[in-house]
Design a protein around this ligand. Sequence first.
Ligand SMILES: CC(C)(COP(=O)(O)OP(=O)(O)OC[C@H]1O[C@@H](n2cnc3c(N)ncnc32)[C@H](O)[C@@H]1OP(=O)(O)O)[C@@H](O)C(=O)NCCC(=O)NCCS
Length: 198
Amino acid sequence: MNEFDALPHGGLIRKMWAVEASRYREHLLRLDEASRRNRFGGAVSDEFLVGYGDLALGIDTVIHGFFVNGTMRGAGELRPIGSPISHEAEAAFSIEKPWQSHGVGSALLARTLLAARNRGIKFLHLACLADNERMQQLARKFGAELTFDFGSVVGEVQAPRPTPLSVMREIVADSHGFATAMLDVQTRLLKSAPAPSP
Ligand SMILES: CC(C)(COP(=O)(O)OP(=O)(O)OC[C@H]1O[C@@H](n2cnc3c(N)ncnc32)[C@H](O)[C@@H]1OP(=O)(O)O)[C@@H](O)C(=O)NCCC(=O)NCCS
């Protein structure tokens, strides 16, 4: 499993920028009731999601977004927790219902694991409700990199040390995302520019 696995047609994964909080917020607000419950461990209101989306893109947090035609449809969040020497982080995933079960979660987990490894994270907490079969299946697919104990929902990232290759894989993946993000911004600017007079 790697970050170049096939995504649904027209989809791409890239890291989010701090200025993109509104896109993350809008994605979270589009989650249906069951996805919200699975993502946040219980029913959450729109107000909660607005507040969460505004604060989520903190300095230490790495969020990978899944985009289709410029709209964010999925997210993988990696957030360090505890003291820096504990090398722990939590990860969480959210994919809008029409894009679930199409391999997006697998691709986002692969990118999140790579980012975790390159940041020296050894323990990854995955908050997952006991009845969330799909998330548990997804985690099991990464059994070689992540050991799981669903009772305590802590995964140990294997080979936590970054290697030149793992750093290079993240840089290559980011450079693809950067070029696309630039195109996205340019397209938006062009669309908003007034049409030239004849
Ligand atoms: C859980 C979630 C992240 C999984 O992502 P996804 O894109 O739907 O999952 P994938 O398509 O990559 O499938 C991963 C594995 O789950 C299993 N799976 C897929 N669809 C499934 C379904 N409907 N029921 C049970 N298992 C399923 C399969 O084993 C699959 O691997 P495979 O296709 O190689 O066999 C996504 O469904 C989601 O965002 N759900 C709502 C929020 C949530 O539950 N977040 C997790 C808590 S943080």
